[in-house]
Design a protein around this ligand. Structure first.
Ligand code: PLP
Length: 379
């Protein structure tokens, strides 16, 4: 049987239209987009056309869209440049942000003495807006709030609109890591009042190694990567034209097919949850069930002496899922997100994350594999 890929929060496969557009770009654009000859000018035109399409899809202006190497660089740039260029001396965030955010914040604390405040989280990973308001109202220190739109391990969607209202009221800057939501939820940057937003193409069936940093007009930051004056002086380096084109095509398809994809994935997820709970009522879902991203399902399994082998066993059986977020070492480390929500250490969590390419048959197959491990029905 074909492998079953349920790790779409880590990365998604390219869709055929993205592959075609990228192949065409690779074969066509030999010139450096900064060169003034025809080859350079035509490469430049395609980049700017893609930027225009992406800006339109996000309802931003062209001058607010900067291409980066992905979500990690976008997060680093937003946080580090807000400190260096916009006078930020305090950062309010949470313990369950992606490491590209938490480690950037830690380095701003270490290297620049920036005060760091972590909002408390309840056992579902939900923040308390009253605490945020109190922190913002009690201090005049220039503050950046950096809170992700949706969490990559447990899928919680944070109330960015309400957070943005508070930031506006108390004149704080707001950055949101929207790597898990851009291409999966409609985002209108005219009404979504963040100052900075990070996105990454490989999470919505685009290529790896390309992303977007949205910087709202009026927040002038200087480059983190020095070089030529590319990206209107914000990021040096010859643009990755095939990746930029691939990202624009991927986002266009994601938004065009949004309802269709979402309806299908929601159906798969609800079916999976029902089947899991039929297996064993002590299987539960981590995170905030009211505000959860439809693509992510974090499943907490009851204690089982062999649980450490479960992911490996699934992999051997042709099923790809993940213990938490994708881990660079390849080893399973304790997830800072699960620690952040105080997930019991004797239970095993597996994150299953879906795309529109998954099927009900695949879910049935996974359930059949999990049954011998967790079913309480004695055969
Ligand atoms: N932020 C979140 C929430 C993510 O899930 C990821 C990817 O795992 C990143 C940032 C990093 O993005 P990239 O892989 O494009 O650097």
């Amino acid at each position: 049987m074909k492998r079953i890929y349920l790790d779409n929060a880590a990365s998604t496969p390219l869709t055929p239209e993205v592959v075609l557009a990228m192949q065409e770009a690779l074969a066509t654009y030999a010139g450096n987009p900064s060169s003034i000859h025809l080859e350079g000018r035509s490469a430049r035109a395609r980049i700017e056309e893609s930027r225009k399409r992406l800006a339109k899809l996000l309802n931003a202006s062209i001058g607010e869209i900067f291409f980066t190497s992905g979500g990690t660089e976008a997060n680093n740039t937003a946080i580090k440049c807000a400190v260096r260029d916009l006078g930020v001396r305090r950062i309010i965030s949470t313990a369950i942000e992606h490491h590209a955010v938490t480690h950037s914040i830690e380095s701003m604390h270490r290297e620049h003495g920036v005060e760091v405040v972590e909002l408390a989280l309840d056992s579902k990973g939900i923040i308390n807006l009253n605490e945020l308001e109190q922190l913002l109202s009690n201090s005049t220190t220039k503050t950046l709030v950096s809170i992700m739109h949706a969490n990559n391990e447990i899928g919680n969607i944070n109330p960015i609109d309400k957070i943005a209202q508070l930031c506006e009221q108390y004149q704080a800057l707001l950055h949101t890591d929207a790597v898990q939501t851009v291409g999966h939820l409609p985002i209108d940057l005219q009404t979504f009042k963040v100052h900075f937003l990070s996105a990454s193409a490989h999470k919505f069936h685009g290529p790896k190694g390309i992303g977007i940093l949205f910087v709202r007009q009026g927040n002038t930051i200087r480059p983190l990567i020095d070089g030529g004056g590319q990206e209107r002086n914000l990021r040096g380096g010859t643009e990755s034209i095939h990746n930029i084109i691939g990202m624009a095509v991927a986002m266009e398809s994601a938004i065009e097919e949004y309802t269709l994809r979402r309806t299908h994935i929601e159906y798969l997820k609800a079916y999976f949850i029902t089947k899991l709970q039929e297996l064993n009522p002590d299987i539960y879902i981590n995170g905030d069930h009211e505000n959860n991203l439809y693509t992510v399902l974090s499943v907490s399994f009851p204690p089982n002496p062999r649980a450490e082998l479960l992911l490996l066993q699934l992999d051997i059986s042709g099923i790809s899922a993940s213990g938490g977020s994708a881990c660079t070492s390849g080893a399973e480390a304790v997830s800072h997100v699960l620690s952040g929500i105080r997930h019991p250490e004797d239970r095993k969590t597996i994150r299953f994350s879906f795309s529109h390419l998954n099927t009900i048959e695949e879910i049935d197959h996974v359930i059949r594999h999990l049954a011998p491990w967790f079913s309480i029905v004695i055969a």
